[in-house]
Design a protein around this ligand. Structure first.
Ligand code: ZN
Length: 115
């Protein structure tokens, strides 16, 4: 099963995005794929989908055991988008209002406000 909680097999879901076979078509799809990349510790995908202006040198893949994702809402207007979500991990949770932008036809993560 895909870590993003879609109920689909990983290969048919975020796995196809991680392998570069498909591109995220919406900010929410990218957010789900990035959550799955954190769960799979795919630093390459995280770096590739991070806006170069805000991308840290260390994308933050660590030993955290991510246990679930809930998307509360998302919006998209032109080349900008937002997603509100809560991600849970062993021992806690993280809620964030994330901002995304479209660059050269591809959605990338810009930054977010932790709730
Ligand atoms: Zn998925």
């Amino acid at each position: 099963m895909c870590p993003c909680g879609s109920g689909l097999a990983y290969d048919a879901c975020c796995g196809a995005l991680h392998r570069g076979e498909r591109q995220a078509e919406t900010p929410e799809q990218l957010m789900r794929a990035r959550y799955a990349a954190f769960a799979k510790r795919d630093a390459f995908y995280l770096a590739r989908t991070w806006h170069p202006r805000t991308r840290p040198d260390d994308v933050g893949v660590d030993g955290t055991r991510w246990t679930g994702l809930t998307v509360h809402g998302s919006a998209e207007r032109g080349d900008e988008g937002t997603v509100d979500f809560t991600a849970t991990y062993e021992g806690g949770s993280l809620s964030e209002h994330s901002r995304f932008a479209k660059r050269a036809g591809r959605w990338v993560y810009v930054d977010g406000d932790v709730a």
